[in-house]
Design a protein around this ligand. Sequence first.
Ligand code: BGC
Length: 456
Amino acid sequence: MIPMLRLGPLVALLIGLLAGPTSAQSPAQDRADALGIGINVSWLEQYWLGTPDLSTAPLWAAEFARIAEFGFQHVRLPIVFDVYADTEPPYTIDPAIWAVVDDVVATTRDLGLMLVLDNHHGRLEDTNFEEELPRHVAILAQLAERYADTDPDRVLLELYNEPHDLSNERWHTFLRAAIDTMRQAAPTHTLVYGGINYNGVEGLELLDPTLDDNVVYALHIYDPLIFTHQGAGWVQPEAATTGIPFPYDAATMPPLAAEAVGTDAEFLYAAYPEQGTPAYVRGRVERAVAWAQTHAVPVWLGEFGTLKFFADNESRVIYTQTLVDAARDTGMSYAYWEWNEGFGVFDGPPTLPMNVDDANERLLSALGVTVVSEEGATPPVAAGLQVYPNPSAGRLVLEGERLERGGVFDVLGRQVATFNARGAARFEVTLPSTPGVYVLRVATADGTTTQRVVRQ
Ligand code: BGC
């Protein structure tokens, strides 16, 4: 692919004709198109908790089922491998995190969701680049090896979230090393990465688009930051002013917060009448698309969203709709940040499972998906798995190929039973004595699946 570009258009055309019919677009573009509407699941990225809570893993199967039911087509799963990798060579990643990610890979596969596995929150910065480079490359080598056998049309591998405090030159040094290593294990998987300065548009424009010909370029848009991040504790004092409307409205614009006076936040505040507009936000997308078109490469809007605590819902919906419209008009797939945490599409706290009554219908509708109620929800069943009788008077029979471990969860997402069928073809599960609706989760040869069961 890359040599073709250097041969000039005529020679390339001739080679193309001689080679017979070819796909009109690259695999990366095909996959970028197939991603469609997506959602970020923040759970395995919560490094500020020390290590993310892996104990909730069984609850996520039902949650992914809901994500699919709402109509999302892909999930971006950010994972802080950094906290799970040894600090000494060969920088082995803890098997505990692999087991959880393996499950997500299987669950999303059964649900027909595409999956972007994202190496999130590294420590690669100008100040520690030489020390951190081998470790991050080793992390990515393990990621590529681990999922080399997955379907490359479904699973994409994202190298590193939002590089910052890192020069463009060092970022490219890292990309070259990472790509070389990952390609040994996963030659046909599509790699994903964006540019420096938090994967924004300006960083995208600094990328060398010829490092590899199977890349989807990541773009994150949170502009204007003082609107999307208002109240965010980790973006201070820029986000100190709260109650900012979108679009800008002089009548309802709050005064600059006292903490922000005399700081850089004043510039963002002063720019808001111009930047807090659909035209400005749309312009960010169009600028990225112009870069992509120049280089004939795909761009995917991998993160955008608004923190829900201080922005009013009307503003959030308009902002989201603006970006979704811009993405759609330019043929770009997108993934909203995020499912159930602070930027989430639910009004309630991030409990599992999320309560469908708390779903922010207007926001979800702006994203292009639909809330499916409890009654309408039909989590898929792995091919060949039979569960009966359902409703059940207490005992549930499972039949399938190689039944493995599983669990039963109540409506609040609490695990009320666990079992290990140890590869049997038939297994009986005893449901709790309290009548009601439960979620059964079971791993089989076909992958992990969930099913709603009723205890009479
Ligand atoms: C970060 C999250 C953050 C979000 C919005 C993500 O890349 O990992 O922690 O909430 O951006 O700032």
